[in-house]
Structure formats: structure tokens, C-alpha cells
Design a protein around this ligand. Structure first.
Ligand code: CP
Ligand code: NVA
Length: 300
């Protein structure tokens, strides 16, 4: 049995297989309507979601399975009963647990006490299925991943960490342009950098946005993540030099711009870029569905 808790669980061959299956499912969805027939999953969310919730529910449905949505936004897991008991109950009924949680530890506990695969649908540290959809999108548009140069700009967060992990495994050169002290998680970055070395690519951090030159892909995300009550306005000054605007896109040489969404328009990304010809953000959102279908068919 395999989990997707961090993104470190899979080899490069397995990542490529997940991406290829997603592309095949996107091209010929009718071939997979019974891929997980009769199987089910619990989709547990402690935080809001548009894309991840919709696409996981649809992924179960499109493969012939069923996803049961459990709204945990009014009470974190572990409050009404222990996480261990919660997992032991669910595993008597479902074949997979999909969880969006405040703490990575919650997912690890679900995996430890449950007996079915657990998929991370975003935690404080990782957003691994997002990164898979992101690299599928890059591959669709650029035709390759090996040594593609991706610049991430803004707050070093769960999305940044997962772009580093998946990028390192897939051979992508990832540079994180973040203010000093707001870069990716040091431990995750160090572990991912070793994998990058093995796969002939490299990960970097840089706090100077004037170095955003000769990149293929630009990526940004919110400056304040869910669960952090800091007002966006109060961090504007700190992050504005990292805004993905037309001037930065032109200077970077990038062919495409990604954003995991939801976007805070005219904060981390301008309207002009988000609605411009290089934006592939809605292809990226669509690909969440195909990646989730691929993941469910592999793990269940
Ligand atoms: N990108 C992403 O995970 O979006 P949601 O928060 O809407 O699921
Ligand atoms: N970093 C963001 C991603 C949202 C999809 C957050 O955690 O809120």
C-alpha cells in the first residue's frame, strides 16, 4: 500500500507514469470509467477549497467510484474523537483517505492508524498533487521537463516546498525567489536538493528578483496562506518586489506563467499577466482533475 503524504514517496519513473496516465485519461476519459468501480474514498477538508474538492469528487465519479465529502471546517480532526479512532472507523468503509489539513502530522497519524492509502490534498508543509498537476501543465506546454527552468516568486510555502520536491525528482531546475527568511522549508529543501543532484538538475534560493532572467516558467502563489490570519495588506511592501507583473514576465524570458489559485489579483500577480497570453493557470486548474484521476487509479 502506498500513500502520497509528502511527494518524496515516488521515484522519477513513478512520477512520469502518474503524469502519463493523467495525460491518457485527459485524452480518452471514456476508457477509464470503471477503473475503480465500486471503490470509495473519504474527502476530508479542514480548510476551504474550490479546485481540490471539486476535482477529487469528480475524479472518484469519473473512474466509477464514489467520494464522500466530510466537512471539517468547523472542527479540526481529533476534536470529536481521536484521529486514530477516526481513521479506524473510516477504513472499515472506504478504500482511500484524501485530507486537507492544518498539520502534516494529522495526515501521518491517519496513515499510521488507518489501513488504506492517504493522499495529501494540502497541509502546512506540502501540496504534492498540486505540484504534479503543475508539472503536467509545464510538460504539455513546453514538451519536456528535464532542465526546464522554473522561477517561483513570493512566499516560500507548502506549494513552494512541493514544487521543489517534485521538480527535483522530475529533473526541473527550480529557483525560489523569496524575501530573506521567507524561503522554502529548509529541511525539505535540503532533502529535495540531494534528489535534484541525483536527477541532473538543481534547486536554488535567491532573494533578488532582478535575477529573474532566462527562465522558461514563472510561478507564484498567495503571500498569505490559509490558516495565517496576517492581513494581506500588511505584507504588501515585503512581497511587492516579487509580484509577477508584465515587466517581470518580459525580463524573465518565460514562455508560460502558472499560479495554483486562488489568485489575489494585483497582489502576487497582475490582471494583465493573469489574463495575458502566457498565463496557463486554467489549464493548470483543469489538470488537477486528470492528476487526481491518475493518482486514485494508482493508489486504490
Ligand atoms: N490550488 C488549490 O488547491 O485550490 P483550492 O484551494 O481551491 O483547492
Ligand atoms: N499556499 C496556499 C495554497 C492554496 C492552494 C495556501 O496554503 O493557502
Amino acid at each position: 500500500m502506498r500513500h502520497l503524504l509528502t511527494g518524496f514517496e515516488f521515484s522519477q519513473d513513478e512520477y512520469l507514469e502518474i503524469l502519463e496516465t493523467a495525460a491518457a485519461m485527459k485524452a480518452e476519459p471514456h476508457k477509464y470509467t470503471e477503473a475503480i468501480k465500486g471503490k470509495s474514498g473519504a474527502i476530508m477538508f479542514e480548510k476551504p477549497s474550490l479546485r481540490t474538492r471539486t476535482t477529487f469528487e469528480l475524479a472518484f465519479y469519473r473512474l466509477g467510484g464514489h467520494g464522500v465529502y466530510l466537512d471539517l471546517q468547523n472542527g479540526e480532526l481529533g476534536k470529536r474523537e481521536t484521529i486514530a479512532d477516526y481513521a479506524r472507523n473510516l477504513c472499515r468503509w472506504v478504500d482511500c483517505l484524501v485530507g486537507r489539513v492544518y498539520s502534516q502530522k494529522t495526515l501521518e497519524e491517519l496513515a499510521a492508524y488507518g489501513s488504506v492509502p492517504v493522499i495529501n490534498a494540502l497541509s502546512d508543509l506540502y501540496h504534492p498533487a498540486q505540484a504534479m498537476a503543475d508539472y503536467l501543465t509545464v510538460k504539455e506546454h513546453l514538451g519536456k521537463l528535464q532542465n526546464v527552468k522554473l522561477a517561483y516568486l513570493g512566499d516560500g510555502n507548502n506549494v513552494t516546498n512541493s514544487l521543489c520536491v517534485a521538480g527535483a525528482i522530475l529533473g526541473v531546475d527550480v529557483t525560489c525567489f523569496c524575501p530573506q527568511g521567507s524561503g522554502p522549508d529548509v529541511q525539505i529543501f535540503t532533502q529535495a536538493s540531494e534528489l535534484a543532484r541525483q536527477h541532473g538538475c538543481k534547486l536554488c534560493v535567491d532573494s533578488d528578483p532582478s535575477h529573474v532572467r532566462n527562465f522558461d516558467v514563472l510561478y507564484t502563489d498567495t503571500w498569505v496562506s490559509m490558516g495565517d490570519n496576517t492581513p494581506l495588506e500588511s505584507v504588501k511592501k515585503k512581497y511587492m518586489p516579487y509580484q509577477v507583473n508584465q515587466q517581470l514576465v518580459d525580463a524573465s524570458g518565460a514562455q508560460i506563467v502558472l499560479h495554483c489559485l486562488p489568485a489575489h489579483r494585483n497582489y502576487e500577480i497582475t490582471d494583465e499577466v493573469m489574463d495575458g497570453s502566457k498565463s496557463v493557470v486554467f489549464d493548470e486548474a483543469e489538470n488537477r482533475l486528470h492528476i487526481h484521476m491518475s493518482l486514485l487509479s494508482k493508489l486504490i
